[in-house]
Design a protein around this ligand. Structure first.
Ligand code: CA
Ligand code: CA
Length: 300
């Protein structure tokens, strides 16, 4: 690793994204960071007998940070290039929690499952293995004014639970406050679109990422760049509103980059844009609108 790599410890976590929280780390634009992230339970689940009863719900989903990025100012964009997400430890934890999850009206019992992880597979149970597909569940910056729990996603990012936030992808965040105040945690060994029961396969991880400030590039909400797609992300109280935000953001990009008017851009998204559900449980939902790089080379 280059000498600029900075190591950030899993002990420095915050449970909110807030302009008021004192930064725990200061880094430069262009730095590579190696971040040790705790699992979303803070590592307190040691056996399948430990259910939601042992959790302090005010102290779950800790995000390592806040990380102050020198030179980031309101109106800039923070690009976070994810180099790797390495699951540390040999197990992942899943949980059902009464009152949470998409089927909370019918499924009300809290249970814990601990899955062994071996050879790029998660052993869900005998004969049922899920491919390892590590991702970052929670990553965001401080909102302009509010203090937001790390459980709730929004324009600042946060608990986006979007499978494409993974190695090889970049996430672009609006910068609302000086230093941006980045935080991340809540990694999953795997998660399905929707995250219907309210947990992925929750793991501690070592995340390597590079941060870069793009001056004067203003965003309203986070954007993901994967190897072959661009994705705008909307988070809102309903799926329909989240879908509307993601679609409007992508429509604006298509108009600006491809020189189309409203109706033509709208039709292109209808022909070649994909709306995908990220998660439906946080309790705001997150939806992404994806467009191939064949159509959209760049958004900047
Ligand atoms: Ca999450
Ligand atoms: Ca999680």
């Amino acid at each position: 690793m280059a000498s600029k790599a900075r190591r950030l410890s899993a002990t420095q976590v915050s449970y909110t994204f807030s302009p008021a929280t004192e930064p725990k780390y200061h880094v430069e634009s262009g730095d590579t960071l190696i971040v040790e992230t705790p699992d979303c339970f803070g590592g307190v689940i040691e056996s399948e007998q430990d259910t939601h009863d042992v959790l302090d719900l005010e102290r779950v989903n800790g995000a390592v940070g806040p990380i102050y990025i020198e030179g980031a100012n309101p109106g800039d964009c923070l690009k976070v290039k994810i180099r790797s997400v390495r699951v540390t430890g040999g197990t992942g934890v899943m949980m059902t929690i009464p009152g949470f999850g998409l089927l909370r009206e019918s499924l009300k019992i809290g249970k814990t499952k601990i899955c062994r992880i071996s050879k790029n597979r998660i052993v869900f149970k005998d004969g049922v293995k899920v491919p390892l597909s590590p991702m970052i569940g929670t990553i965001g910056v401080a909102p302009e004014l509010e203090t937001v729990s790390t459980i709730t996603p929004g324009a600042h990012g946060g608990n986006l639970d979007t499978r494409d936030v993974k190695a090889g992808s970049s996430v672009y965040f609006p910068v609302f406050v000086k230093g941006a105040l980045l935080g991340l945690g809540d990694c999953h060994a795997a998660m399905g679109d929707g995250e219907v029961c309210v947990t992925g396969v929750e793991v501690p991880a070592q995340v390597t990422l590079k941060v870069d400030v793009i001056h004067g590039f203003k965003l309203l909400r986070p954007i993901i760049e994967t190897e072959d797609e661009w994705m705008t992300l909307g988070s809102a109280a309903t799926l329909e509103e989240a879908a509307r935000l993601a679609t409007q953001d992508m429509l604006d990009i298509v108009k600006r980059k491809l020189g189309m008017g409203d109706e033509e851009a709208y039709m292109l998204l209808s022909a070649a844009g994909d709306l995908r559900i990220s998660q439906v449980v946080n309790p705001y939902t997150t939806v992404r609108m994806a467009v191939s790089k064949n159509h959209l080379k760049s958004i900047i």
